[in-house]
Write a protein that binds this ligand. Structure first.
Ligand code: CTP
Length: 393
């Protein structure tokens, strides 16, 4: 673990946190900001952790570049206590000291335990920065309420050491939870051409599927993402195969299915396509008054019929209560988990950065709160992992 300590009175509790993480079997390397060293000394952490403590970008010219090496070797980066200033810097991508460069450079999950004056914590700009970082996947351990060092009473006190250690441990477990697992994810819409320039499509942004692919890769899986047309960049560390139509998506998914252990079908595949595609661009004058449609192949059901011990996860996007429909899909497509959501609800489903889903399995339903799509990705993969552990494959 890389433990970042910033300049707040809670810095003394970071010493306890370092000990607690070590007690739980983790190796801890500490990075301190200049302000943190006003409260606690590097010697304290060096003595507690038995590791050198990094305090500057310019520490030792003979060593490997710190901000890169720490960022790369970290399984989890935890910042406790984290000031409003460091939250703001990370939110806008500033990197003007060793800790903020490490935070910008790392691919590891980031756990943040804020501690500050209650007014600073509740300030709109701080809350907006927190929301931004959460949206990008940072895990926050909320500050508690009580008497603060400045004499104010309210929210802003560093969370309990055990709660921070729990969050770090959970992330550390997740990091390796899909090591060696091969995952196939479908994402985005498909486009079924009417002619050379027009198509039938849908409003799927692809974000939920991309978040799942990215998170699976972060957890050590080998991931193939078969994506319909989206405006999103290829996720880091993922083999991305771009397709257009449902038929192309089926072909690419089947190719990756053979070696897959886990399949997550998040794509909004068009259920219908035009029976024929006009060559070139149809002129207004020649346009047909109707477009005859036929069903596309159900990719997930096709894979479900050849399941053979794999874990299969589908999505059910419904207008209205989705759980009953999800339950039907669970058995009809031979799935282990269906992620159900009501796409008509504000903040859920298509074109939204958040989602409000219910996880439906044969054992029962679990309604999750409204959360960003990366958090949904985490919850889906946590559950898929549990199913895989109970499975036979
Ligand atoms: N799916 C698929 N191939 C299709 C259609 C859907 O793989 N041709 C997958 C989606 O990726 C998703 C799930 O199946 O995981 C959605 O099921 P579907 O029955 O298509 O849901 P709806 O589109 O809501 O269909 P219905 O109108 O039957 O409820």
């Amino acid at each position: 673990m890389v433990l970042g300590v910033t300049g707040g009175i809670g810095a003394y509790k970071a010493c306890e946190l370092a000990r607690e993480l070590m007690r739980r079997g983790m190796r801890v390397k500490t990075v301190m900001t200049a302000a943190a060293q006003r409260f606690v000394t590097p010697l304290t952490f060096r003595t507690l952790t038995g590791e050198p403590v990094a305090v500057s970008l310019w520490d030792d010219p003979t060593q490997r570049v710190h901000h890169v090496s720490l960022a790369q070797e970290a399984d989890v980066v935890v910042v406790a206590p984290c000031t409003a200033n460091v939250i703001a810097k990370v939110a806008c991508g500033r990197a003007d000291d060793l800790l903020t460069t490490t935070l910008l450079a790392t691919e590891a999950p980031i756990v943040v335990a804020p501690a500050m004056n209650t007014h600073m914590w509740l300030r709109e700009v701080t809350q907006a920065n927190v929301a931004l970082l959460r949206d990008r996947g940072a895990v926050f351990v909320e500050p508690g309420s009580g008497e603060l060092a400045c004499g104010d009473v309210g929210e802003g006190r560093l969370a309990e050491v055990s709660a921070i250690a729990d969050a770090v441990e959970l992330e550390a477990r997740r990091v390796a939870s899909l090591a060696g697992v091969r995952v196939l994810v479908t994402a985005g819409p498909t486009r079924e051409p009417i002619d050379a320039v027009r198509f039938i499509g849908n409003r799927s942004s692809g974000r939920q599927g991309y978040a799942i692919a990215e998170e699976a890769a972060r957890r050590g899986a080998t991931v193939t993402l078969v994506s319909g047309p989206t405006s999103l960049p290829d996720p880091f560390g993922v083999t991305t195969v771009r397709v257009g139509t449902a038929a192309e998506m089926l072909e690419a998914a089947e190719a990756a299915f053979g070696v897959a252990d886990l399949v997550v079908a998040a794509a909004a595949v068009a259920d219908f396509r035009p029976v024929s595609t006009a060559a070139g661009k149809l002129k207004k004058a020649d346009a047909p008054s109707t477009v005859e449609l036929e069903r596309t192949v159900d990719i997930l059901a096709t894979l479900g019929a050849r399941k053979d011990g794999r874990v299969l996860v589908g999505f059910a996007a419904e207008a209205g209560d989705p759980v009953a429909a999800a339950r039907e899909k669970l058995s009809a497509k031979n799935l282990d988990l269906v992620v159900a959501n009501d796409v008509t609800e504000p903040g859920a489903g298509f074109e939204s950065s958040t989602n409000h889903v219910t996880l439906v399995t044969a054992e029962g339903d679990e309604a999750l709160p409204m959360m960003d799509k990366r958090s949904v990705a985490r919850a889906v993969l946590d559950r898929a992992r549990t199913i895989m552990e109970g499975g036979t494959r």
